[in-house]
Design a protein around this ligand. Structure first.
Ligand code: ATP
Ligand code: MG
Length: 256
């Protein structure tokens, strides 16, 4: 039996009379990578903001390891082991890797001073844990000098330091080259091998197909498809499905 980490049941979010999310069931099990797909405005960001506790759902239940959590908010989300790497405000690029990993949760000595040595060792351990294998790796490197994929690695390392069981990545490969995307994939696979879970939001269906074990496609605030990679069969089939929900009238008669 898969260990259920988090589950949303019939979750909605409305703004006035508009439903950004209209009754979604979604779960993530331990040690799996779930790909969240959907067109612009489908409700992906709204959904992950709800998961992060950044906005309250209008209705519905959120269960952590099978137990419903009342008054869901950012603190409860963090307690549940959910860490979200938001696309735009992920890192302080003028700061070092170490500063970024420990920002707000610095390791100090018993006198309250920054424990520079311990932070550096811990940063090295975390970067190894996610599969960051650069020979020239230096925890004091400035994040702005790292490549795009490596920056995602720093954000993932920080999430792990913050005891994440579920790391939510919002379009982590959108601006990246193939080589950099491969780096992010390596981090994701290493993190999964360590028993953690990833919710991977993406626009590039090939990227999401490659990395995810299971897919959830959102269409206008509702789940249009929930299927494992084996059930879907190929990236082309997933793309065809996405095209059908984007242009339903143009494909009448095509079986789902
Ligand atoms: N604060 C808000 N007030 C009113 N409507 C909102 C608000 N936030 C989101 N919406 C609406 O909810 C719907 C879902 O938006 P959301 O940002 O979740 O989509 P998305 O799937 O993340 O899209 P994208 O791929 O463009 O990032 C959209 O129609 C959007 O206009
Ligand atoms: Mg979005």
């Amino acid at each position: 039996m898969n260990e259920r980490l988090i589950e949303l049941k019939n979750v909605t979010k409305s703004y006035g009379r508009v439903f950004a999310v209209g009754g979604i069931d979604l779960h993530v099990d331990r040690g799996e990578v779930v790909g969240l797909l959907g067109d612009n405005g489908a409700g992906k960001s709204t959904l992950i903001k709800i998961l992060a506790g950044a906005i309250p759902p209008t209705s519905g239940d959120i269960l952590v390891r099978g137990v419903r959590v009342a008054h869901w908010d950012a603190a409860r989300s963090r307690d549940a082991g959910i860490e979200t790497v938001f696309q735009d405000r992920a890192l302080a690029v003028q700061q070092s890797i170490v500063r970024n990993i420990f920002m707000g949760r610095e390791i100090t000595t018993w006198l309250g001073f920054l424990d520079v040595r311990k932070q550096r060792d811990e940063a090295e351990r975390l970067m190894r844990e996610i599969g960051f294998t650069s020979k020239v790796f230096n925890p004091e490197s400035i994040v702005g000098q790292l490549s795009g994929g490596e920056r995602q690695g720093v954000a993932i390392a920080r999430a792990i330091y913050n005891k994440a069981d579920l790391i939510v990545l919002d379009e982590p490969t959108t601006a990246l080259s193939l080589t950099e995307t491969e780096k992010v994939f390596r981090f994701v696979r290493t993190v999964r091998a360590g028993g953690r879970s990833i919710l991977f939001i993406g626009h590039n269906i090939h990227h999401v197909y490659d990395i995810a074990d299971r897919f959830v496609v959102i269409d206008r605030g509702r789940v249009a498809l929930q299927a494992t990679k084996a059930e879907v069969g190929s990236a082309e089939k997933l793309i065809a499905f996405m095209e059908r929900i984007a242009h339903p009238q143009g494909t009448a008669g095509v079986a789902a």
